[in-house]
Design a protein around this ligand. Structure first.
Ligand SMILES: [Zn+2]
Length: 463
């Protein structure tokens, strides 16, 4: 995420929005029948109902192989959503487990109404805890076994973009749905004193999402569209090797695209916004970053005008709230850098924000030539998002963190520095990494002792 606020006031699109209002009453979605195509996926040769054995071990894990099939219904005028999601989860953690913790910010921002959660078609006593749906498996899922979890909920998008609302809102003519798809995670507190990202999600090999809207919408999602209904209201998307599935929608999005090597870079923007400036910034950043950080590895990179709030990273997609911001090119570069640090290589964004934010920021500032001093006193860089103030979170983790990494670059040399980061990305592609692994990758690529001479004093918890 980047903290640059958009300059556009929330009310500026009010007239446009009013013009989009449908004369017909919206269909209620939270009472919609369950679609047959969202029925639980049968797990091939596995026998899910027999996989879970009696007992309890009080254990969960993020080291799971989960695939997702979901239907998302969106009623534009009322901002109501209905989600029917099935996760097929194989226990690759190496040990037994008896619950799975699914993250969705609908639980904090959407006034979630959870319907009965089933495990292998049997209802279980799932409960919402902060932004987590805790799903007891009704027994123990042994290592290597597979279970099928179905979650259905209704919720409502926020009407504005204040605070964290922009993550889950329909405002300014755009619907932004971040972390709506209940995803294997762990219990992480949503409230924090800054705009840090309180998430940690492992990669899924396969996500298929059917979006059903009550009006024709142009959608920008993490996945590729694989089908659309004749009336245009139902669109199906698929994604692979992603750790989230973001959905953004507007009735009047326009798109422009340009190919960079094997990747199509596509920008979504509303009429009147400077879509070509957005695309130009993305093409520049993507090209410069890929040259230094190694292959992106996906067919499409999407840069999307969002409803408001901050710039934000998603797999294969970034949100940029204001295309007229003087910081547009930096903001796009920072979010694009997250494709490598967050998207390709994940981490615990809540407790180790340095691993994604400092790495993304040093890369962005390097390609932009934008390094600057921090406005806050030097502070340790190994704390969680909960430990930094709103005033100094960005200045410490992003700016000081990026400057520390840039000091490492100057000491070890640019060639060795970028080669080390390319190696780090390649070694951890599709996985969850850590701040210490990032620092070690740099230290291991130089005869200098960066740990003792540079890192230890800023990361006392790690050295
Ligand atoms: Zn960021």
């Amino acid at each position: 995420m980047a903290r640059v606020r958009p300059l556009v006031a929330a009310g500026m699109f009010a007239v446009v929005l009013a013009g989009l209002a449908s004369p017909a009453g919206p269909a209620r979605v939270d009472a919609a029948p369950v679609r047959a195509d969202a029925a639980p996926v049968r797990a091939g040769t596995a026998a899910p109902a027999a996989a879970i054995v009696p007992g309890s071990v009080n254990r969960t894990s993020l080291d799971l192989d989960a695939t997702y099939r979901a239907t998302l219904k969106l009623t534009w005028d009322t901002r109501a959503i209905w989600v029917d999601s099935t996760a097929t989860v194989r226990n690759t953690s190496g040990g037994p487990m008896d619950r799975i913790e699914l993250n969705t910010i609908a639980a904090r921002l959407g006034g979630i109404r959870l319907r009965p959660v089933t495990v292998d078609r049997t209802a279980v006593a799932a409960r919402v805890n902060d932004q987590t749906i805790v799903v007891p498996l009704g027994g123990v899922l042994p290592a290597g076994a597979t279970t099928v979890i179905r979650v259905r909920y209704s919720a409502r998008l926020r009407a504005g973009t204040a605070g964290s609302d922009w993550l889950f809102a329909r405002a300014n003519g755009i619907a932004d749905l971040y972390r709506w798809l209940p995803w294997v995670s762990r219990r992480i507190a949503f409230d924090r004193p800054n705009h840090g990202d309180p998430f940690e999600t492992p990669t899924s090999s396969s996500v298929r999402v059917t979006v059903v809207a009550d009006r024709r919408l142009v959608l920008a999602t993490t996945g590729d569209r694989v089908s659309v209904s004749a009336d245009g209201l139902t669109q199906v998307f698929e994604a692979h090797a992603v750790r989230d599935f973001t959905v953004t929608a507007a009735a009047d999005y326009r798109t422009i695209a340009r190919r960079v090597g094997g990747t199509m870079i596509r920008a979504w923007y509303r009429p009147g916004a400077n879509g070509s400036a957005l695309l130009d910034a993305a093409v520049f950043a993507f090209t410069a970053l890929q040259a230094r950080l190694g292959p992106y590895g996906y067919d499409t990179f999407r840069v999307v005008q969002s409803a408001g709030g901050f710039g934000m990273e998603s797999p294969e997609l970034i949100w940029i709230p204001s295309l007229s911001s003087p910081n547009l090119r930096y903001q796009v570069a920072h979010e694009t850098a997250h494709q490598w640090f967050y998207g390709i290589v994940g981490n615990d964004q809540a407790t180790q924000p340095f691993a994604d934010e400092a790495a993304a920021d040093v890369a962005a500032r390097f390609v932009m030539g934008l390094h600057r001093a921090s406005h806050c006193p030097a502070a340790r860089l190994d704390r969680s998002i909960y430990d930094y103030s709103e005033a100094c979170y960005f200045e410490t983790i992003y700016v000081q963190g990026g400057n520390l990494l840039d000091t490492a670059r100057r000491r070890m040399g640019s060639t060795a520095f970028w080669a080390a980061l390319r190696g780090y990305v390649a070694a951890h592609r599709g996985r969850l990494s850590s701040t210490r692994a990032l620092l070690d990758a740099l230290d291991d690529a130089t005869p200098l002792d960066l740990g003792a001479t540079l890192f230890a004093v800023r990361f006392p918890g790690l050295y």
